[in-house]
Design a binder for this molecule. Structure first.
Ligand code: ATP
Ligand code: MG
Ligand code: MG
Length: 381
């Protein structure tokens, strides 16, 4: 079929639609409002609450295959989609990825490495959990958190005083990992079980939000191989079709051996993969199209020596009346601007990103950082 349905209207759906359109597909977006990034460029849209089953039916009816761009979609919505068209990832995958406890249990049961964790529901169970996983720990809501929202670092049990337990019925306490590096691996998997991984992305976070991604990762070949194998095994354990991003911590032990630990997964394109648009033969968005449409998976090799991506959060705008000086950023050699068409910049909100590719990683990292600085510094160039 030639019509792909996309549930969700965010920037990941937008960049997916751009890739799919380039390949000749029609994209129907199902989201709430016409202001959403993907809705602005879709061939057609169905607007409605994602839990409105009449809207789901009106959408799914038009599609030959259906996919999604964020995991907090009601499971029943995706289950309904499955009655109309092949839907990837499935409602089962979604249910797992929506629930940190279920996700961690599934990964652990598959023999894959996760930080020690325990289920928590209140201050009392947190005290018990802290004995099992140790202090300090990170307390996370089991559902609906993103960009570090709903997370608390617990150094001593007294830190739990600020926790609003009404936020969520279930929480996860996990050991704080003193990592050396954070990396992510995006793996594509087809319905007949073919897989392909992208280069390992090395990520810097600021305030729990991804800030800069760089490739190639500065890890030994054996650790990179290990990370790819873990990503593929995770996609197989969850039975993901489409894309899966596996976020990982890399930690060195006393002998300098590097250990890879899974943080969390996302069954969709990922912010850390945005640089593949310019840096690889096949972008993560094209690969997502190929995977859900049953096409051959594309070559994911880099077409440059190094690439870097810097996120643009609403903070760059300062306030809604201010337009950042894009010309200054674009005057940095080889820097590319991506804006998602979001109408209301807010602090911490992902509005766009900058990418730079070139011969050396260090140079392109410096260039995207410089381009982003130019958007906020008041001095003239
Ligand atoms: P998103 O889905 O946007 O990636 P999230 O809210 O699901 O974010 P996590 O990925 O769980 O949050 O955590 C955000 C960041 O916080 C991680 O990328 C890492 O930098 C830090 N972090 C989370 N858990 C741990 C941990 N157990 N040990 C050390 N650092 C952690
Ligand atoms: Mg997350
Ligand atoms: Mg994360």
């Amino acid at each position: 079929g030639s019509t792909i349905g996309m549930v969700g209207g965010g920037q990941l759906g937008r960049m997916f639609a751009i890739a799919a359109t380039q390949m000749g597909y029609q994209v129907v977006v199902f989201c709430e409002t016409e202001q959403e990034p993907a809705a602005q460029i879709a061939h057609r849209c169905v607007f409605g609450r994602l839990n409105n089953m009449d809207a789901v039916e009106a959408f799914a009816n038009q599609c030959n295959v259906i996919t999604l761009e964020f995991e907090n979609i009601p499971e029943a919505t995706i289950a309904k989609c499955q009655q109309y068209a092949p839907t990837y990832p499935s409602s089962d995958v979604l249910a797992t990825a929506q629930d940190r406890l279920r996700e961690k249990n599934t990964i652990q049961n598959a023999g894959l490495p996760v930080a020690p964790f325990a289920k928590v529901v209140d201050a009392e169970t947190l005290a018990t959990a802290s004995e099992a996983v140790g202090l300090p720990l990170i307390l996370k809501t089991a559902r609906s958190g993103y960009d570090g929202k709903g997370q608390h670092r617990i150094n001593t049990l007294a830190d739990a005083e600020n926790v609003d337990w009404s936020l969520c019925d279930e929480w996860v306490a996990e050991q704080l990992i003193a990592f050396d590096r954070e990396v992510s691996v995006v793996v594509a998997r087809t319905v007949d079980g073919r897989t392909s991984t992208f280069p390992i992305f090395e990520n810097d976070h600021v305030n729990h939000i991804l800030d800069v991604t760089m490739i190639p990762a500065t890890l030994s070949d054996s650790v990179q191989q290990k990370a790819r194998e873990i990503a593929i095994a995770t996609a197989q354990a969850l039975d993901v079709v489409g894309l899966l991003c596996v976020e990982m911590f890399v930690r060195s032990d006393a002998e300098g051996n590097e250990e890879v630990i899974i943080n969390e997964v996302a069954p969709r394109p990922h912010n850390s993969g945005h640089l593949t648009i310019e840096a690889c033969h096949t972008s993560q968005f094209e690969q997502h199209v190929r995977a859900v449409c049953g096409l051959p998976l594309g070559n994911t090799d880099m077409i440059c020596g190094g690439a870097a991506m810097a996120n643009l959060l609403g903070d760059v705008w300062g306030d809604e009346t201010h337009t950042p000086p894009w010309d200054r950023a674009l005057d940095v050699d080889a820097v590319k601007l991506h804006l998602y068409g979001k109408v209301h910049p807010k602090p911490g909100r992902k509005m766009g990103h900058l990418t730079c590719v070139g011969e050396s990683r260090d140079t392109v990292v410096e260039k995207v950082r410089e381009a982003r600085r130019r958007l906020t510094s008041s001095s003239s160039v």
